[in-house]
Design a protein around this ligand. Structure first.
Ligand SMILES: CC(C)(COP(=O)(O)OP(=O)(O)OC[C@H]1O[C@@H](n2cnc3c(N)ncnc32)[C@H](O)[C@@H]1OP(=O)(O)O)[C@@H](O)C(=O)NCCC(=O)NCCS
Length: 179
């Protein structure tokens, strides 16, 4: 595989449409996450505080990653998607590395993200996290292919939990990495 990483600004209109298709396909099991994939992709062209890069195999968009300029020195990684047909080939890790290098070069110290567990992919699912939510962070395990395990391998650690973010027992897991 000979991947090329390009800025969203360099995508053709057809590739921009592919980026929306990849987003929809990667979240096919969680369609509520991105109800309008084209509109979500458009924000990365139009909003000043957003930027994204894509992984191309030949001319085909096989994955992409975005960032949102939130705090002065901590930006949010959002979203990260790899075409299901191309997953588990190192593309997600490569996109993380590329984004981290660009964000670091912009003077940012911390990259963070939220990864919801609304389907039972971690040991937090179904649990009542109150009281003393922070004590639940130690010992979180992946139970069935949750991206939390992917991010941990890329060096991100859990920095917070939002209990019941997606309904009872369905938390959001905040992770961050020092760049
Ligand atoms: C999460 C996602 C981006 C990973 O991309 P990918 O290209 O398949 O990941 P990689 O091949 O680069 O994997 C890197 C490492 O993480 C591991 N990994 C990847 N996905 C994983 C998962 N869901 N659970 C556990 N480990 C995972 C790989 O096995 C690999 O491990 P290794 O370094 O020991 O070989 C991709 O599965 C995806 O798009 N999922 C759907 C959308 C999504 O959930 N995005 C994240 C939302 S917060």
């Amino acid at each position: 595989m000979s991947l090329r990483i390009v800025d969203f600004a360099d995508l053709t209109p057809a590739q921009r449409a592919e980026a929306a298709r990849v987003l929809a396909a990667a979240f096919a099991d969680r369609p509520q996450a991105f109800e309008d994939p084209e509109a979500e992709v458009a924000t990365f062209f139009e909003d000043e505080d957003r930027a994204a890069i894509a992984a191309l195999e030949g001319d085909r968009v096989v994955g992409w990653i975005g960032r949102i300029d939130t705090y002065s020195h901590a930006w949010e990684l959002h979203p990260l998607v790899v075409d299901p047909a191309f997953q588990r080939r190192g593309i997600g890790a490569r996109l993380c590395r590329e984004l981290e290098a660009r964000v670091k070069a912009a003077g940012v110290l911390t990259l963070y993200l939220g990864t919801d567990d609304e389907f039972g992919g971690t040991s937090l699912f179904g649990a009542d996290l109150f009281p003393d939510v922070a004590s639940r962070i130690a010992g979180v395990r992946e139970t069935s292919g949750h991206p939390f395990a992917f991010y941990r391998k890329q060096g991100y650690e859990i920095v917070g939990l939002i209990p019941d973010a997606n309904g009872p027992g369905k938390p959001d897991i905040f992770m961050a990495k020092r760049l």
